[in-house]
Design a binder for this molecule. Structure first.
Ligand code: SF4
Length: 703
């Protein structure tokens, strides 16, 4: 699957998977348009032609035999899904949603979106829910991804953009603390930036309970007990203060809230932090030395600190390090989040979140409601208020929320406490799913609508840097398949929205630009043409009709933060236990994550033969000491049990994990489904579930 060098016939587009959104060229074979060759797009600056195995094999999705090309309907309760024409399928969806609305009210209809949807789809899905269905009950799977980093970034800086600087800055900084992130497996082409930084003499510190492929390359690996990295950050801040390494001038000029943050850190002395985290004091001191002695330095977080019931505070504690040392808002320095899903950034800006309107506006802000209502041509008072967050919405299915329209997500595999979520989905009066394949969630639907995928349609994505990209159509979708935009338009008109919705992506983007104008994530100055000419445009990029063209904003916060007074806010946070700590019955900790050859719920990658043979199923990673205690050897079936259920998978015995912790990747359904075990305890601010830590017991599966 090695990509070829550039080809004049190639259509420039982007990978269907993660937030790096690697550029690639696609060349369809003239005789068989679904046979597509990948070519290197070396001019695209983020990946310069490099792709991981997922990106290289992505064309297999276009020709997959698992592809849905006909709508499916369930004509009788409990009956099979049967083929239908589009007219019948759309009529059933419109009828299912309207019946619920008439019988139980608009808020009994739910909408669930995804962080992989294009900006245009995310925007129109929010508009569809609030205008056509009149429901407040819309949220999306990005709530499970980076919502804690978004909440902490908004609190600290007044604005959340994954990276407030281009990824290329990583190669030029002098120290990076990478917290709970494993780019060597999740986004391998990004590793080049860290390697370049180290080759220049920079230091890479990795914080992860496991010795991952990324941790192997670090200058220093800190392996805290899962759920304790908030204490680790406080311990580092304690040492920074105690060793006189704070930047007092910066603190005075550019921040507020330092006395409380300082006091919290001083209550976390190194020996206490060692007891909580298991990280030895000398390692803590070494990390502080690397971070503070570097001329420039960054802290980058990912799902590790974020997917906790105290995720917002944990990220806040890591941001505090960048404020106390005068790093945030300085060149080649600061805090950033490595977003996960393909449009994890854009997906959270345009209104598919329960509490949000386009332009990253708050649904409770009267001025924001008035602006968006004007673009939509409706009365602001007709817009519903905030709804439930993703897990709370899923938990309400079959009870308060009785019908659901779902796009771009597979919560039967990816939601926490997944067996319960599956039960709630089965209890719905009506479920409609738009998908490319028959995912585990689509299997439960009353109607499945087969939709176009990445290279078959045009749309914009916003990568982890806040760079808005154009994912171009390179091949024609198979007959029988329609785009999500066409589906939303058809449903809108059937449900009485006579004006309909745009079905052309560029037209939808023009409306999105107007809706975002003046908001935090202002796209109004970005056009498809500019994206194509400039290899992406960084938001905010306001339109300037009378002045020179706004260049976009690759680097944020250099002069001031986006708070009302321009100052960053220290987080006033203190360590606390995870929602579930080990006890006699469940004496170990489970943490979950990803592997190189699979992506998210695996709905796509499990159907790509090369990837599936590289990573065919779940496993339980455990330390040899624990394996001996449990009496298992490598490959033996292991049962992992939590208060929510039991999962079984082969043992992977490895010294790369703490003896008090087991790890499972979460890409699979069936008995190896890791999310059967995970805890839906929610962060009070971000409503992020605690995927990264829960109490379990482990035994041989045949005992
Ligand atoms: Fe695709 Fe991400 Fe791999 Fe790049 S790193 S090829 S965007 S999955």
């Amino acid at each position: 699957h090695a990509p070829r060098r550039g080809d004049d016939r190639a259509v420039d587009t982007h990978c269907p998977y993660c937030s790096l959104q690697c550029g690639m060229g696609l060349v369809p074979a003239p005789d068989r348009p679904t046979r597509v060759a990948v070519t290197e797009r070396v001019a695209f600056p983020v990946n310069r032609g490099a792709l991981c195995g997922k990106g290289r094999t992505a064309p297999a999705l276009l020709a997959s035999g698992a592809r849905l090309t006909t709508p499916l309907v369930r004509r009788s309760p409990g009956g099979p899904l049967e083929e239908a024409d589009w007219d019948e399928a759309l009529a059933r969806v419109a009828e299912g949603l309207s019946r619920t609305r008439e019988q139980h009210g608009a808020d009994a209809v739910g909408v669930f979106g995804g962080g992989g949807l294009t900006n245009e789809k995310a925007y129109l899905l929010g508009k569809f829910a609030r205008l056509v269905l009149g429901t407040s009950q819309i949220d999306y799977n990005g709530r499970f991804c980076m919502s804690s980093a978004a909440a902490a970034g908004n609190k600290a800086f007044g604005l959340d953009r994954g990276l407030p600087f281009p990824l290329a800055d990583v190669a030029r900084t002098d120290c990076v603390i990478l917290v709970g992130s494993n780019p060597a497996e999740t986004m391998p082409p990004a590793l080049r930036y860290f390697t370049d930084m180290r080759q220049r003499g920079g230091k890479l510190i990795v914080v992860d309970p496991r010795r991952t492929r990324t941790a192997e390359q670090a200058d220093l690996h800190l392996a805290p007990r899962p759920g304790t990295d908030l204490a680790l950050a406080l311990g580092m801040l304690h040492l920074i203060v105690a060793e006189g390494r704070t930047d007092e001038e910066y603190i005075a000029e550019r921040t507020t809230g330092w006395p409380a943050a300082r006091a919290a850190a001083m209550a976390h002395w190194p020996e206490l932090v060692e007891r909580i985290t298991g990280v030895p004091v000398p390692q803590l001191r070494e990390a502080v030395r690397y971070f503070c002695e570097a001329r420039s330095a960054m802290v980058l977080t990912a799902r590790g600190p974020e997917q906790q019931a105290k995720g917002t505070d944990t990220v806040g504690a890591w941001i505090n390090l960048t404020l106390a040392t005068g790093r945030a808002g300085r060149p080649l320095s600061g805090y950033g989040c490595l977003t996960g899903q393909g449009n994890g950034q854009g997906g959270r800006e345009h209104g598919q979140k329960a509490d949000q309107l386009p332009g990253y506006r708050s649904l409770t802000d009267p001025a924001a409601r008035a602006h968006v209502a004007e673009v939509w041509g409706v009365d602001p008072d007709s817009l519903p208020g905030p709804g439930r967050s993703a897990y709370e919405l899923l938990d309400a299915l079959g009870r308060d929320v009785r019908s659901l329209l779902l796009l771009g997500s597979n919560p039967v595999v990816s939601a926490p406490r997944a067996a319960h979520v599956e039960e709630r989905i089965r209890a719905l009066d009506f479920l409609a799913v738009c998908d490319v394949v028959l995912s585990e969630t689509a299997e439960l639907a009353d109607v499945v609508l087969p939709v176009a995928q990445w290279a078959e349609e045009t749309g914009t994505m916003t990568n982890l840097e806040g760079r808005v990209l154009l994912r171009r159509r390179a091949v024609t979708p198979p007959p029988g398949v329609r785009s999500d935009l066409e589906v939303l338009n058809s449903l809108a008109t059937r449900l009485g929205w006579e004006k309909g919705f745009p079905t052309d992506a560029e037209e939808a983007f023009a409306e999105l630009r107007r809706a975002s104008a003046g908001g935090k994530a202002d796209y109004s100055g970005i056009t498809y043409r500019r994206i194509a000419e400039e290899d992406g445009v960084f938001w905010p990029c306001p339109e300037s009709p009378d002045g020179p063209r706004h260049p976009g904003t690759p680097r944020l916060f250099l002069d001031r933060f986006a708070t009302p007074d321009g100052r960053a806010r220290f987080a006033d946070v203190t360590h606390r236990a995870s929602a579930e700590e080990p006890d006699e019955e469940y004496p170990l900790l489970l943490t979950t994550g990803r592997v190189l050859a699979q992506y998210q719920s695996g709905a796509q990658t499990r159907r790509v033969p090369t990837l599936n043979s590289a990573a065919p199923g779940a496993f339980v990673q455990l330390h040899p000491l624990l394996a001996e205690r449990v009496g298992v050897q490598d490959g033996d079936p292991v049962a992992v049990t939590s208060r929510r259920g039991r999962a079984v998978a082969p043992a992977k015995v490895s010294r790369d994990i703490r003896p008090d912790t087991v790890f499972m990747p979460f890409h699979w359904a069936g008995e190896g489904r890791a999310n059967t075990l995970t805890n839906p305890a929610l962060d009070p601010t971000s409503r992020m579930p605690e995927f990264k830590v829960c109490a379990v017991r482990v035994e041989r599966a045949d005992d």
